[in-house]
Design a binder for this molecule. Sequence first.
Ligand code: WTA
Length: 627
Amino acid sequence: MAEQIETLLKTSTVYRPTEKTLSEAYIKDYETAYKESIADPEKFWDGIAKELEWFSPWNQVLEWKYPWAKWFLGGKCNISYNCLDRHVNSWRKNKVAVIWVGEKGEERIFTYAELSRQVNRCANALKSIGLKKGDVVTIYLPKIPEQIIAMLACARIGVIHSVIYSGFSAPALESRIKDANAKMIITADCGYDRGKSIDLKKVVDEAVSKSPSIEKMVVVRREKPGNTLKENEIDWEEWMEGQSTNCEAEQLDSETPLYFLYTSGTTGKPKGVVHVHGGYMVGTYITTKYIFDLKDEDVYFCVADPGWVTGHSYIVYGPLLNGATVLTAEGKPDYPNPGRWWDLISKYGVSIFYTTPTAIRLLMKYGEDWPGKYDLSSLRVLGSVGEPINPEAWEWFHRVTGGDKPIMDTWWQTETGSILVSPLPCVPLKPGSATRPFLGIEADVVDKEGNSIGTGGGFAVIKKPWPSMMRTIHKDPDRYLGYWNNIPNCYTAGDVCHKDEDGYFWFMGRADDVVKVAGNRIGTAEVESALVSHDAVVEAAVIGKPHKTAGEMIKAFVILKQGQTESSELIKNLKAHVQTELGKIAVPREIDIVTSLPKTRSGKIMRRVLKAKELGQDPGDISTLEE
Ligand code: WTA
């Protein structure tokens, strides 16, 4: 397979750090820092962990029983304490922690002290309805501050949060509630999307009516007058009212689960990735600090939604662990106009801006006049995440922001918890490359047998455990083992990657049946099963196909039941059906009606063959093809 991976890399321009960037940076010499860190990774991580506060110290840094890892054994900590109390007990007490801007232009600002009061009240409110350590709370909220407050409140008392992106539909929400066995759900009456109000409560009502584990629902009511609530449904304001602003953080064993986050894989069932307090705290803390070169004076803007892992690690936990000022904004980059984000950068003096290739490509379409209208001189460090960034988009982003700010192309996954391959500001950049492994991380590109490739194409792997790695897949340890059993002695990420002569990593996309649509991770099997659940469909196969803005788009091939005929009406119905089953992000852009699908003799659909045909490429080895 590795030999078949084509890499058509052009030699690219190298951007060296400016003197200003270098003089400011925490790490000025990557090569030395990296060599030192991997000479003794446990020593490295031990030193980093000591920068945070622990109720009692660990007596062992790592226990590694392949492939099960435990970090900071015997240590007691609480990530919420480190995000809040550590700062409230310092000069940062009245520093701004979170600036939130709503789609309608509303602004809410929380200092560390105020955020802490809200989180403490929410933690007490959770306790008041009987929640305790180990219970699971589902958070299904639009991008509003209550999302952050609820996450930190759960963490404070050892309750596990399971945040579900509010674009998921009722059946998708229901299956995630059931898998987690959540006792309560926190939601809102509505979210806003390009000025339109989206009825979230209706989605939750439908999901909860089929989820007997849910005992209580709390609703943030954004619209006045708010909708009427049923028994077991509580208004957020009333729930919080009268709660004390003091709730001692639970002293938790470092391996205590912090959250489940559902992500897509190669089967129809989403996997509940499990992260824990101690190691995740250490990984998100140090990557945010070193990669974005985060200082106290910075204003840090990450465009993700806390419904995805980037929001967990790089809106909430990483920045707050560092005592940063975080800007977060509801809504799309081009609503009400394509100046939206540039305007926010200029208005709040953003110095660190972490965004996505899809958003950059979207903004590129509107032209350079838009960023040109705003004062972007506060920017210092830029970031990109979620999918490979094409050199054209990289160059554009670099140019419109002044031509001298380093872009951190950060590669990582829900499973890895924090960034694993990325430049630091001192590293020379090549547009389109995530460059080199983070300190303490032994990443490599290998063939199927696990042999290092040197230079060339192969599979991205990690060769040693790291603190923020997932601990398991909730209720499915076998699926966890799959990541470590695929290639001997390695964690297999599922990404195809090329390593160049300078040891730079060029991630090229997924090696499995996962599609990245606008950076959102979607399993082809999930879309297939949604299509097959439609009355008119017998069989479906789904592939990812390159798309100019979204990176990839979903294309479906569908076989109809006998008696069904193809029509544009039917195609529309099929799309609507996928939207109802999974949500808007999973709807195929193209659906072809076909009479057969390429399969192996054992009946497995060969999506690879469909994809090659669609793209006019050589399908490779098709000796197992039946039809
Ligand atoms: C892809 C998102 C290239 C990759 C943080 C990975 C990237 C998957 C990059 C994880 C990048 C993420 N360059 N590809 N900088 N960042 N990916 O779990 O395929 O939503 O395996 O985590 O996104 O997606 P997930």
